[in-house]
Design a protein around this ligand. Structure first.
Ligand SMILES: Cc1cc2nc3c(=O)[nH]c(=O)nc-3n(C[C@H](O)[C@H](O)[C@H](O)COP(=O)(O)OP(=O)(O)OC[C@H]3O[C@@H](n4cnc5c(N)ncnc54)[C@H](O)[C@@H]3O)c2cc1C
Length: 381
């Protein structure tokens, strides 16, 4: 087992780190106030090859392995958790397009997404529920030359900022559940579409909202994969994004810990730095231990994907533990900063708000544990 990075990996991760620190980090709190992510920075990230770098060069990527994609995303998330969403969505969704879109469509959109010129979101959740995703109701009615979409998607990241959206809709009978769902690539400028935004606790520069479909015409060539098969085909891509989400969240924990280790050696109480107290250093040492373990889990999951090995259970582990752990670590680091940690001059309060969202987004801990339990019970049946 070799934990060392190759020279190429070190070079690209270093480039991402420098860019993130100099260009992205300074605007983290400001973008929370404006409620918009930066299109300008997204294009710069694209020009540097930092968006969906695992895509082949022919489609605008750099053809790197999945571990490298994770390491790059981690560096961006250290600077701004929310700007890393650009990469997360791009990696998840370009993979789906590359595999299931007609070539013409994939050739049109993937290079634009890799270049940071277009944002591609994913719309699965509906007002009726997200955990029981197979119960979705948005209807895709077959018409001449394509489909008409009618209904509502809810709780969708980038709903009012994305350029295109992968939309899951029912093409089968009402009670066909997972067997009657298809996926479509929808241009957000098409007639009959409108959006609203919810006033959220965190991830405010990304935004989350509803998308309303009023008989939106979708040409037949925008269907992704086979009709009625979106659940078995397109959804498998989520194992990749779950490992990336783990690293995205842990990046915030790592930054918070780095700040806490420095602060406790400067701050004095009772005539000595507070770091002389094991009551201060031990909680941070415990956080370091768990962050290290969780990060290795995410990297192992990406390694399994690189080897083309099954990683559904590991991906579910990455999706429930690191988001919760990161929230707890940021909380601990905030407390180590005393009253200063509670204010908006430091970033802990925003990090807490931002990272919390991914305990729900992309599936809750309960749903992830169901996936793990199902696989383990299958092994021992
Ligand atoms: C920040 C954020 C970003 C998001 N981005 C997107 C996006 O881009 N695209 C998209 O499609 N969706 C997105 N979502 C929606 C998200 O995927 C859903 O919110 C999530 O799957 C949970 O669905 P729900 O909110 O309807 O909760 P529900 O499904 O109503 O669940 C409510 C509670 O019940 C629990 N529960 C439900 N069923 C069970 C069970 N069988 N056993 C135990 N517990 C159970 C859940 O864990 C949860 O705690 C986002 C959500 C958030 C918060």
């Amino acid at each position: 087992m070799n934990f060392a990075l190759s020279e190429d990996q070190v070079a690209i991760v270093d480039a991402a780190k420098q860019f993130a620190a100099s260009r992205i980090a300074p605007g983290y709190q400001e973008r929370d106030k404006t409620g918009r992510f930066s299109r300008e920075l997204t294009k710069e990230m694209g020009a540097l090859g930092l968006i969906a770098p695992e895509q082949p060069e022919a489609l605008g990527g750099s053809g790197v392995d999945y571990i490298t994609t994770g390491l790059i995303l981690e560096e961006i998330a250290k600077a701004d958790f929310n700007m890393a969403y650009v990469q997360l969505l791009a990696s998840l969704n370009t993979q789906i397009l590359a595999r299931y879109a007609e070539k013409e469509l994939a050739d049109l959109w993937i290079p634009r997404i890799c270049a940071g010129e277009a944002i591609l979101g994913v719309a699965l959740t509906e007002p009726g529920g997200g955990s029981d995703a197979a119960n979705l109701q948005l209807k895709a009615r077959k018409v001449d030359g394509g489909y008409r979409l009618k209904g509502e998607k809810a709780s969708i990241s980038m709903a009012d900022q994305a350029d295109v959206m992968i939309v899951f809709a029912r093409t089968g009978a009402v009670d066909s559940r997972a067997r009657g769902v298809s996926a479509f690539l929808v241009d957000m400028t098409w007639d009959g579409l409108s959006c609203s935004r919810s006033d959220d606790l965190g991830q405010r520069s990304i935004g989350r909202g509803s998308i309303f479909f009023d008989d939106v015409f979708v040409p037949a060539n925008s269907k992704l994969g086979d009709e009625n098969k979106a659940f078995s085909q397109v959804m498998e891509g989520f194992d990749f994004s779950r490992a990336l989400i783990g690293l995205q969240c842990l990046a915030v924990a790592q930054e918070s810990l780095a700040e806490a280790w420095a602060y406790i050696q400067e701050r004095e109480a009772f005539g000595a730095p507070i770091s002389v107290n094991q009551g201060v250093t031990f909680p941070l040492a415990e956080c370091e231990t768990m962050v290290e373990a969780a990060r290795l889990l995410c990297l192992k999951t990406l390694w399994l994907k690189d080897q083309n090995l099954k990683h559904t259970k590991e991906a579910a582990m990455c999706k429930w533990w690191p988001p919760k752990l990161s929230y707890d670590v940021v909380h601990q680091c905030l407390l180590m900063h005393g009253a200063g940690g509670y204010g908006k001059d430091l970033q802990f309060e925003q990090r807490l708000r931002d990272v919390l969202g991914l305990q729900i987004g992309d599936g809750t801990a309960q749903i992830m544990k169901m996936i793990i339990a199902r696989e383990k019970m299958g092994e021992y049946r």
